[in-house]
Design a protein around this ligand. Structure first.
Ligand code: GDP
Ligand code: MN
Length: 392
């Protein structure tokens, strides 16, 4: 679960990391009022779950009321890489002497938290990592001991922080680690971590991802999930209790069990196709569950063909088939004209396939194996014939 900058900054402040004071607002008048409260000059910042807002024109300095009005007007409603700006954050502008970079994430290969620090912040950190990797310090932390002050000071020194702010940078790193650990974050990143002319170290930006599965331990963070900024389909899936992740291909995917769905994505990709989504229907086999899932898949206009990959375990193949048949009967025109490939295997698969064949659904094709199913659906999505249908 990604947080908006201002939400991340709220968490930072709670853990003693220095940030500028500000206010989140959703209209121009409120932006002007907020600017008056935090004091000029201010920065008007688009709140969207995507980086590079500055380059896209979503971060603007304003010296007076007229400028706040102008910038809030242009930034609210702006589209930044497909994300519409609904909220702007108004904060008191900082004077900047240096822009550093700091982040904490989990290095899964090393099974340890990883601290990254660079004095070349403010820009694309990927570029720094690529062109001058020696300028991006990477240090693992003992997960049991945590990030000690000594290690944080060492990281700041090794990274080349100005001598007079080594202590300030170390404080920021320790606080950032505290946020990462105690809030169950998967990523905490500050770019830029600034040094002001009077040598204060402060987070000017915040990127925080929280582990959604650990949210139950943080009831106070639950309200941070910003539904207006989520993908509308993913929001709808969440409301319906379906595990759905939107992807950018054109082949809709439905399976039962997260592992099966993930391997289905792989097999489709291997067959040269591009999945449009991840959807795990879980153990659900009744018509309502399946119809809901199909509607969700087809709500994505990019979908040209759909692959059903069902392995019967506790969920029986004949039940799934009945659910499918009932669901297909209730589909709208677009649903009916979209080709479906069904691979049914496992408990009562023969019976399930027989039911499907008897139903003789138009535009529904069966496949005996996952590979065959993937090849068929890729062919159908690209407008080629897929061979025999279920009824053939
Ligand atoms: P991003 O582009 O989405 O990463 O947004 P940031 O919050 O990092 O802002 C982008 C850039 O705007 C920063 O790297 C700064 O150079 C500049 N910026 C942001 N806030 C201020 C500020 O308070 N004062 C000044 N002078 N520049 C700022
Ligand atoms: Mn930034």
């Amino acid at each position: 679960m990604d947080l908006l900058e201002y939400q991340g900054k709220e968490l930072f402040a709670r853990h003693g990391l220095r940030v500028s004071s500000g206010k989140a607002v959703t209209d121009v008048d409120a932006a002007v009022a907020a600017a008056g409260e935090v004091g000029y000059p201010v920065v008007v910042k688009a709140q969207v779950l995507i980086g590079g807002r500055g380059k896209a024109g979503g971060v603007k300095l304003a010296a007076d009321e007229a400028e706040v009005r102008e910038h809030a007007q242009s930034i609210l409603g702006m589209d930044i890489k497909g994300h519409t700006v609904h909220t702007v954050w108004i904060e008191h502008a900082s004077d900047i002497a240096s822009e550093y970079y700091a982040s904490i994430l989990l290095d899964r290969a090393a099974k340890k938290p990883l601290v990254m620090f660079s004095v070349e912040g403010g820009v694309d950190i990927e570029e720094v990592a690529e062109r001058t990797p020696e300028k991006l310090i990477r240090r693992h932390v003992d997960p049991l001991a945590g990030l000690s002050r000594e290690q944080a000071v060492q990281i700041a020194r090794d990274g080349g922080a100005d001598a007079d702010v080594v202590e300030g940078v170390a404080d920021a790193l320790v606080a950032l680690y505290d946020v990462w650990l105690s809030e169950d974050a998967t990523l905490t990143e500050i770019n830029p971590l600034i040094v002001t002319p009077d040598r204060e170290v402060r987070a000017l930006d915040a990127k925080v991802s929280l582990d959604g599965n650990a949210l139950y331990r943080h009831p106070e963070n639950q309200s941070l999930s910003d539904s207006a900024n989520e993908d509308p389909l993913e929001r709808r899936a969440k409301e319906e209790g379906v595990q759905y992740v939107k992807l950018d291909g054109d082949i809709g995917i439905l399976g039962n069990g997260a592992g099966l769905v993930m391997s289905t994505l792989d097999v489709v990709a291997q067959a040269g196709g591009r999945p449009a989504n991840f959807l795990d229907a879980g153990g659900g086999s009744n018509a309502d569950t399946i119809r809901g899932a199909v509607e969700l898949i087809l709500a994505n206009d990019a979908v040209k063909a759909v692959l059903f990959n069902i392995f019967g375990g506790i969920t029986r193949g004949d039940e799934v088939a009945e659910g499918l048949i009932a669901a297909f009967g209730q589909l709208d025109e677009r649903g009916k004209s979209t080709p479906f490939v069904v691979r049914l295997d496992g408990t009562n698969d023969v019976e399930g396939r027989r039911l499907l064949a008897e139903a003789a659904l138009p535009n529904v094709y069966s496949a005996a194996t996952m590979n065959e199913a993937a090849e068929k659906v890729v062919a159908l999505a690209s407008g080629r014939a897929a061979g025999a249908g279920v009824s053939a």
